[in-house]
Design a protein. Structure first.
Length: 471
């Protein structure tokens, strides 16, 4: 949607230049007072810094806005964006899952205090009071159990949850890189929108001056009503372009605020990097190697696959026995003397739990976990193939975008020269207004295309760095 809006605005803007230039040269040919020149887009595009440095809004409120560089915007998004916070919290929650599974390897101790008033020496009971306890007594004790071995089940559960924790950490890093790339896109979109808004404001000011001067000349019978009508149309079209540019600038700034984690409308004076454009990396194979090693989302999926394999082993190990050591001890200060000769009691033992048959539950769970592990392996392979494709595509896009900067710069120089020649030929009466209008259109389109190519190349570099996991 933003690309379509920018293209339509550019066409309208070029049309304004063409009509304005015709009125200007027509006035010069009749010896009238010279009209103001059109905004010099080529000066903005040919400067050593990108348009973003000269595209600050002229309003007083904008001049007082806080300055924001790309690096500052990225750091603010990392601190404030809720998607990153949510991923980090999930990673912390997964750490507790590791502790939950490891608890089975540690001793379990429980204590109890019992006081009972019973029909002395009765032997019939139901529920939790068993017949052996139906004596008037009071006592306290504790029982403990320690898993000796379950033949790897608990260990595999701990390893699985530990791998899932690492996967969550990698996923949190992948989310951070996603937000950083989104921040870069929003940042460059704002710069581009502010550059167009600055040009639109200059265009309205120029067209207003032109309209006022032609209006005065029309009253003095130096220009026809047709010239004034053209000037009025140009001014109205310039105002429409300004409205579109203002809306686009506000919308892109709102998108940047959302990425930065702000819930209030905040405007910034963006500061773009004015350094020379560096060429893209020459070797795509080296980038592919880095991507397969560094991409956090690929690492997260690979760790999740390993966790699924460990979990499938744990589910399979449910079919094996488990051996535990048990112990209990306590004291009975209040007791019937004819049944209790000692004031304490205790025992130790070993218990082996052997699963025999439970309706094929453990077998089905083991098979399900194994199939899910195979599916996770295929998902990892699919992501690996997609990473290879995305890196190659991004590298080609960066190469093309870099070449476009050079081509659009050369095109702008040629368009500037063609415009000067067309102006000279028209003043000498060697060409028509159609030739001059076409030259103005080509020069304006080349100026905007050159500026847009610089932003697109910077964005393509950011995308390439994201694809290799180095953003």
């Amino acid at each position: 949607m933003q690309t379509l809006t920018f293209t339509s605005s550019r066409l309208i803007f070029c049309a304004l230049f063409a009509f304005g230039g015709a009125s200007y040269l027509h006035a010069q040919s009749h010896g009238s007072a010279p009209l103001p020149e059109a905004p010099k887009l080529q000066l903005l595009a040919q400067s050593s810094a990108p348009q973003g440095q000269t595209a600050a809004l002229s309003d007083s409120s904008e001049s007082a806005a806080a300055r924001l560089t790309l690096h500052d915007a990225e750091q603010m998004a990392i601190r404030n964006n809720p998607h990153i916070s949510a991923k980090r919290l999930l990673a912390l929650a997964q750490h507790q899952v590791v502790r939950e599974n490891r608890a089975a390897e540690l001793p379990s101790v429980a204590g109890g205090v019992t006081a009972e008033d019973a029909n002395q020496a009765s032997r019939i009971s139901a529920g939790s009071l068993t017949a052996s306890r139906l004596f008037e007594h009071a006592g306290a004790g504790a029982s403990a159990s320690q898993l000796i071995t379950d033949f790897g089940r608990t260990r595999n559960l701990v390893l699985s949850s530990n791998l899932e924790e690492k996967a969550q950490d990698a996923s949190a890093l992948a989310t951070t890189q996603d937000i950083v790339l989104t921040t870069d896109q929003a940042f460059y979109n704002v710069l581009e929108a502010q550059a167009l808004l600055n040009v639109a404001q200059q265009n309205v000011k120029t067209r207003q001056t032109t309209d006022d001067q032609i209006g005065v000349m029309t009253k003095n019978k130096l220009k026809s009503t047709l010239d004034l009508s053209f000037a009025d149309v140009n001014l109205s079209q310039a105002k429409l372009l300004l409205l579109d540019a203002q809306n686009n600038a506000s919308a892109t700034m709102a998108a940047l605020d959302e990425v930065l984690g702000l819930d209030t409308a905040t405007s910034y004076q963006l500061v773009a990097d004015g350094g020379a454009l560096a060429p893209p990396p020459p070797d795509a194979d080296q980038l592919l190697k880095l991507a397969l090693e560094q991409r956090p989302d690929l690492q997260a999926l690979d760790l999740s696959h390993q966790a699924a394999v460990k979990f499938s082993h744990a589910q399979r190990d449910q079919l094996l026995p488990s051996i535990s050591a048990l112990g209990t001890a306590g004291a009975v200060p209040v007791r019937p003397g004819e049944y209790y000769n000692s004031s304490w009691w205790g025992a130790v033992g070993v218990n082996m739990n052997i699963p025999i048959f439970n309706g094929f539950l453990y077998t089905s769970q083991a098979k399900e976990a194994s199939i899910r592990a195979e599916a996770a392996a295929e998902q990892t392979r699919a992501l690996r193939d997609r990473v290879v494709r995305d890196v190659r595509t991004s590298w080609l896009a960066a190469q093309t975008a870099y070449q476009k900067v050079a081509v659009t710069t050369d095109l702008l120089n040629q368009a500037n020269l063609a415009l000067k020649l067309a102006q000279t030929r028209y003043q000498m009466g060697l060409s028509s207004i159609v030739e001059l209008s076409q030259a103005q259109y080509q020069q304006t389109d080349a100026a905007i295309g050159n500026s847009n190519a610089q932003y697109q190349y910077r964005l393509s570099l950011a995308t390439l760095n994201y694809e290799i996991g180095s953003i």
